[in-house]
Write a protein that binds this ligand. Sequence first.
Ligand SMILES: Cc1cc2nc3c(=O)[nH]c(=O)nc-3n(C[C@H](O)[C@H](O)[C@H](O)COP(=O)(O)OP(=O)(O)OC[C@H]3O[C@@H](n4cnc5c(N)ncnc54)[C@H](O)[C@@H]3O)c2cc1C
Length: 427
Amino acid sequence: MSDMNGYPDSYYAATAVGVRNYPVLDDDRQADVCVIGGGYTGLSAALNLAERGLDVVLLEAERIGFGASGRCGGLVGSGQRMEVLDAEKAFGLSRSKELWEFAELAKKEICERVEKHHIACDLQRGQLVGVHKKSYLGWAKEMADALAERYDYPFCAALNAEETQARVATGKFLEGLFDSEALALHPLNFSLGLARAATEAGVRIYEGSRVRKYSHTDPAKVETATGSVTTPFVVLACNGYLGKLEPRVAGKIMPINNFMIATEPLGEERAKALINGRFGVHDTRFVVNYFRMSDDHRLLFGGGENYRSGFPRDIKKFVRPYMLSLFPQLEDAAIDYGWGGTLSVTVNRLPHLGRLSPNVFFGQGYSGHGISTAIFAGKVIAEAITGTAGRFDVFAELPIHTFPGGTLLRYPGLVLAMVYFTIKDRI
Ligand SMILES: Cc1cc2nc3c(=O)[nH]c(=O)nc-3n(C[C@H](O)[C@H](O)[C@H](O)COP(=O)(O)OP(=O)(O)OC[C@H]3O[C@@H](n4cnc5c(N)ncnc54)[C@H](O)[C@@H]3O)c2cc1C
């Protein structure tokens, strides 16, 4: 993948607004909190902490939004990654409602941030989930009814095949669920806007400043190749890019790679014929297909993933068949960009937040539902550091299992599981 100003060559990097160059950490500093990682988790934590009056340093190994936060599909779904019908079975109605409410607050926070900080990130409203197989028929109505009746959320409508296909021109969707209050956005521009807001609130951001290690002491010493930060609090916000920095949380997450393409501009008419409106779309597959139209009428399409450290050599070629399986009418459309990113999943797809010691906090494992969850994770970590741990503790108490085999043997087991679910998708 070629390089655009330190970012992968993606549609997002090509249309980035407000890229700033933050300095490299080249000295020994002090701070109230040191945040490691400049994606949504780290930026949200840093911004919320600075707004509460704390002196914050944020260290990013590469560039702001270099990780999943600057590469993702941009779809901000309602609720958690674990949907309410499953959460009710796992935790009961009351806890499920609480988690739903947190996700609603996360969407609200995103909208408020966009407005307050004037972030030009092409915020769209609405999301359609397309049902891809017969055995799921009826799910859309069950969800819409459950949300209206038990969650006070009357914004989802179950659509039959004809109504679904009137909105999205694929014969592959057997029915649909349209959520008029879900969101979609340009993920890199949202990250850059949050970084600007954090700087204006007093956060000192350093790019090109990879943390090599930090001491398990209070205060902690966080070290890069060229500097250090001595601090009473550390926030680990590295997610799928954590690597070997913190083995104590690495075994709870599995980094996986997911891929996207952007077509050439299709023109307003052709774009409207594909997606009738400006909203995000995904299907019900385990390896999910997700897409939306950019403001210059390109189809931004995500599909396909792998479970090793490298990306396919030709990402455009890798993703295009997923797009054509839904939209054969795009056979002639040129693919202008192809890129990939790394996210992390947990065994049960619940987010993994916690404390490693009284002064080290972390948030990770949002399992493909990371925009709203990471934004909220950053916020509740900031609340916990400033003495109000109620909402943080709700997440920290969620049961997160270690991957069988821990950090060493995670991959063979995961690959087997993924192959199994991918085959199930097709049945
Ligand atoms: C292709 C793709 C599509 C996706 N689509 C969606 C979607 O449509 N909707 C949705 O809700 N979610 C989606 N996700 C998931 C979502 O993007 C992530 O869950 C979310 O962005 C995670 O944010 P984060 O800040 O926790 O991690 P990241 O954004 O990955 O940020 C981690 C940062 O930490 C930095 N870092 C790592 N190690 C160090 C170190 N030692 N020192 C300093 N910095 C370090 C990295 O450089 C990186 O910038 C997608 C993910 C991918 C990859």
